[in-house]
Design a protein around this ligand. Structure first.
Ligand SMILES: [Cu+2]
Length: 315
């Protein structure tokens, strides 16, 4: 893949909110209305593990080299945080998300109704800046989450995810915790179920089928998000570690390389306060954005939000 192709061939937008000045972020009182951790959490033993691969597909994302880690035991949610759970958080705390404070969020073009005020995103024109889009109005001001209660919450920034985690008594996983859990005990697995490649006929997870970004054949039955408990879980019982929504991790987005290009990218990532995302989304397709592999990764600024980024918690 040429450098240029790799630069633009991703499902994620490159728009950042830095430079604009919204209302001040509101702190959630620590410990206020804190919930008990959900009973469904899956205990993970921890121990020696790795992130990344020595045979990267998208080298400039920083998939290589293999990095070694030692993990203490932790517990992970088998599901991404749902709209229903996030709603409870907002109702108990009055929290306002970054999308609400900025007044807009990024919606994939096919979900945007006619006649709504939008702006296109340079480099990723299938993302539209929609005024009035937020977690409760995922497709614009006239939309709602009715019927999507059990779908992953979207249009939440890294900052929103951290605020939610604080309230829920959990935290965002590190990349090492996320990858270790996603492999479900399979050494060096490419996907949560092993090595079988999803195809347009046998999707195995909620990704794109057909020609991105206009024709989705819906072989997996979902155009956008799917319920958090859909598709077969991995052997740890975790659902949708590949596809559905990108999941925010605790780590900043950095590339492990001494090359000048990586140094430049890391500098830009630091200036933008970019955070790591894992797992790919319903928009990924092998022909365009082969990022539903466990070792794949991307980054976005901590205050950005889209209709295909969510998160899950560890405890
Ligand atoms: Cu993608």
């Amino acid at each position: 893949m040429s450098e240029h192709a790799e630069k633009v061939s991703r499902c994620c937008p490159s728009a950042s909110r830095s430079g604009t000045a919204p209302a001040a972020r509101q702190a959630v009182a620590a410990g206020a209305s804190r919930e008990a951790p959900p009973a469904r959490l899956v205990p993970i033993k921890g121990g020696a593990t790795t992130t990344g691969t020595n045979t990267p597909v998208l080298r400039h994302d920083g998939e290589s080299p293999i990095r070694r880690h030692r993990l203490p035991p932790y517990r992970i949610d088998p599901y991404a945080v749902t709209n229903a759970w996030f709603k409870r958080f907002v109702e108990t705390t009055g929290y306002r998300t970054d999308a609400e404070r900025f007044g807009w969020s990024l919606v994939f073009h096919t979900f945007v109704p006619e006649g709504i005020q939008v702006q296109r995103v340079v480099d990723t024109p299938w993302w539209l800046k929609v005024f009035g889009a937020d977690w409760a109005h995922p497709f614009g001001p006239q939309s709602s989450i009715e019927g999507l209660e059990n779908h992953p919450v979207t249009h939440v920034s890294w900052e929103d995810a951290v605020a939610f985690a604080e309230w829920a008594g959990g935290r965002l996983p590190t990349e090492a915790e996320w990858e270790h859990a996603a492999r479900g005990g399979l050494p060096r697995a490419t996907f949560p179920w092993g090595e079988t490649e999803p195809t347009d006929k046998t999707p195995l997870c909620n990704i794109w089928q057909g020609r991105f970004p206009h024709d989705n054949t819906l072989a997996d039955s979902y155009f956008g998000t799917a319920p958090v408990d859909s598709f077969a879980p991995n052997s740890f019982g975790l659902h949708n570690m590949a596809g559905n929504v990108w999941e925010w991790c605790a780590d900043p987005f950095r590339i492990r390389s001494v090359g000048a290009r990586a140094r430049q990218a890391n500098h830009a990532a630091a200036v933008e306060n970019m955070k790591l995302l894992k797992g790919g989304s319903y928009l990924c397709h092998k022909s365009y954005c082969y990022r539903y592999r466990i070792q794949a990764r991307t980054g976005a600024s901590a205050d950005s939000s889209t209709g295909h980024m969510g998160f899950r918690l560890v405890f």
